[in-house]
Design a binder for this molecule. Structure first.
Ligand SMILES: [Zn+2]
Length: 272
């Protein structure tokens, strides 16, 4: 049977990232919540000492309200948000952080390189409302850890999509069983050859780290990469006997990463 080997990304995909008319969410592990608009999503990780928000969708109040609503809907407290951790300095991930910081005084984390990049090369150059609008409190880099309560996020430098892009590994729980989850921070490969090579090196490096840590869960911050919307709907309606659709095993994780390699090959092919 024919299966897609890479996602289809069009101008419509890019436009839909700004559509704030629709949000959805699901508790995908006992301690991990996903919140999405049509193309972009973020995560909330519950710890014994509060909540960590990972990425923040888009710089607008609607996105902030959707995150707050989802947290309340699963019985958690938005005022428990202690940290905001960002994968990279693009506007669809730095998102509504300003509102999160103002409302809950969350401590913010990003690489130094992408904090500068976010300011000097805004993804939407003609759109002041999307420019850097809050401060990063802690610069993190390869080998660092971000800890809150019983959770630790392991940080990896994965440049290529942006100069200071980060990827993360952390554990999540379902029915008292602990699993390792990985979030590849930079989704779409870059446009020029040098950066594509850097991106592929980062991918190899991160895959090796994930292999060492026995990662069995592939998380994405764009829904178009992993049937994200459909998996959220499945998770909302999932019955107790059904498998967790995010739990794909080590070989599944390797196959997921192949998708990003295929996107790189496509870009290289287009350069010929
Ligand atoms: Zn990006």
């Amino acid at each position: 049977m024919f299966r897609l080997k890479k996602p289809i990304i069009t101008m419509e995909t890019i436009r839909a990232m700004e559509d704030m008319s629709y949000f959805t969410h699901a508790l995908i592990f006992d301690d991990l919540l996903i919140i999405a608009q049509k193309e972009t999503n973020c995560f909330v990780l519950k710890t014994t000492d509060g909540l960590i928000v990972i990425d923040a969708i888009w710089p607008c109040e609607e996105a902030f309200n959707a995150i707050v609503f989802a947290i309340k809907d699963v019985g958690w407290k938005p005022e428990d948000i202690k940290k905001l951790v960002l994968t990279h300095g693009h506007v669809d991930h730095t998102g509504c952080g300003k509102w999160i910081v103002n409302a809950f005084h969350a401590k913010t984390y990003l690489s130094k390189r992408d904090d500068i990049f976010w300011q000097t090369e805004p993804a939407k150059k003609n759109r002041p409302e999307t420019w850097k609008d809050y401060t990063i409190d802690v610069y993190v880099k390869d080998g660092d850890t971000i800890t809150l309560g019983d959770k630790t996020i392991y940080v990896y430098d994965t440049p290529g999509h942006t100069p200071g892009g980060l990827s993360f590994i952390f554990n999540v729980t379902e029915n008292k069983k602990i699993y390792q989850a990985a979030l590849w921070g930079g989704s779409n490969p870059p446009a020029n050859l040098q950066d594509i090579i850097l991106y592929m090196k980062s991918l190899d490096y991160f895959m090796e780290q994930c292999e060492n840590k026995n990662v069995e869960i592939a998380l994405s911050n764009h829904t178009g990469l992993d049937n994200g919307m459909e998996r959220i709907v499945y998770s909302q309606k999932r019955m107790s006997y059904m498998p967790n659709i995010y739990l794909i095993g080590q070989s599944g994780f390797r196959r997921y990463c192949q998708l990003f390699r295929n996107l790189c090959y496509e870009k290289l092919e287009m350069m010929k």
